[in-house]
Design a protein around this ligand. Structure first.
Ligand SMILES: Nc1nc2c(ncn2[C@@H]2O[C@H](COP(=O)(O)OP(=O)(O)OP(=O)(O)O)[C@@H](O)[C@H]2O)c(=O)[nH]1
Ligand SMILES: [Mg+2]
Ligand SMILES: [Zn+2]
Length: 309
């Protein structure tokens, strides 16, 4: 059996487009079971995976093996609580797009995404987009959020992808790296990719006038080659970010500013809920840790399936 190695550059859920090192492209299917740590996912193979496939014609094949992933971003659909979706694998960093209006990105969505990325130490840069339509109040909020996330350790950018487009900045962010572009629907992910290279010619659509929400225009994850090196991955907008089950004891490790202060808690096994001598709660009360980040932490603790001790 002759197997070829390639990179999954597009995934539709049933078909996978695989690109070999020599540029050859094959449309592949999977047969057999692929699982990670016993987790059932809706897409066992994901964009960014390196696979071995068995050609069954010059441009089709069957995926037989997935190479071990360096990292991946996985989410649980909040409604179908046992369904997992691997958004992408083997990425160098994420550009997480967020908007303060049309649509609004909830901060807890950002925080949950950050936790998923932190669990693999994947760097995330937050891009607040659509500043051209922000009100004065939005700009105050933008500064506040940027300060909070910067203090936690995340690079933050604010920009408009339709007015005074900062092409150099965007190209600098994606050059030579494997970049996952993520965020809720309508925040401008595909718009950003089309700025990197108009040749990608990705479909974009207006957000719904009535609901002020995106229309889920991008339906499949797809990886595009960057001329100056690297790849950018466009993904469908995510509705809600359910985290996979984590141990309660590890969740705070994924909030960098909470983790940093936790060593001052009285008890080594403090979960920063209502334990006496909790330095995290003191820092929240003193305004050193932002209350909404702490609220996100508690909410993630609440829906984590593992038991409280
Ligand atoms: N005013 C304004 N509109 C923008 C900006 N960036 C993108 N848009 C618009 O927002 C709408 C949605 O953009 P898309 O790029 O399709 O959004 P997306 O994140 O790819 O959405 P999905 O594929 O549905 O997840 C389009 O009408 C864009 O023109 C911006 O900076 N300012
Ligand atoms: Mg899109
Ligand atoms: Zn504590």
């Amino acid at each position: 059996m002759h197997l070829r190695r390639g990179l999954v550059i597009k995934s539709t859920g049933s078909h996978y487009r695989v690109q070999c090192e020599d540029g050859h492209i094959a449309e592949c299917v999977i047969k057999g079971k692929f699982r990670i740590k016993g987790i059932k996912s809706t897409n066992p193979v994901t964009v960014g995976d390196f696979v071995l496939y068995e050609p069954d014609s010059s441009d089709t094949g069957v995926i037989r093996e997935i190479e071990k992933r360096k990292n991946y971003i996985i989410r649980k659909s909040p409604k179908l609580s046992r369904q997992y979706q691997i958004i992408a694998a083997n990425i160098d960093h994420v550009l997480l797009l967020a908007t303060l209006r049309e649509p609004v990105t909830p901060v807890e969505f950002i925080d949950r995404f950050l936790v998923a990325a932190e669990s693999f130490r994947i760097p995330v840069k937050i891009i607040f987009n659509k500043t051209d339509i922000y009100t004065k109040k939005d700009h105050v909020q933008l500064k506040y959020l940027s300060d909070v996330y910067r203090k936690a350790g995340y690079d933050c950018y604010s920009m408009s992808l339709t007015e005074n487009i900062e092409e150099n900045l965007i190209n600098g962010l994606v050059k030579g790296k494997i970049t996952l572009v993520s965020g809720n629907s309508g925040v401008g992910k595909s718009t950003l990719l089309n700025i990197v290279d108009p040749g990608y010619n990705i479909k974009i659509d207006n957000i719904s006038r009535y609901h002020k929400q995106g229309k889920h225009t991008t339906t499949f994850a797809e990886m595009y080659q960057v001329k100056e090196g690297g790849y950018v991955i466009d993904t469908p907008g995510i509705k809600g970010f359910g985290l996979i089950d984590m141990e309660k004891e590890e969740i705070y490790h994924f909030f960098p500013e909470i983790f940093r202060i936790s060593e001052k808690c009285r008890y080594y096994n403090c979960l920063h809920n209502d334990e006496p001598g909790c330095a995290v709660k003191e820092a929240v009360d003193a305004g050193e840790i932002e209350w909404f980040r702490y609220r996100s932490y508690l909410n993630i603790m609440l829906d984590s399936n593992s038991k409280y001790r």
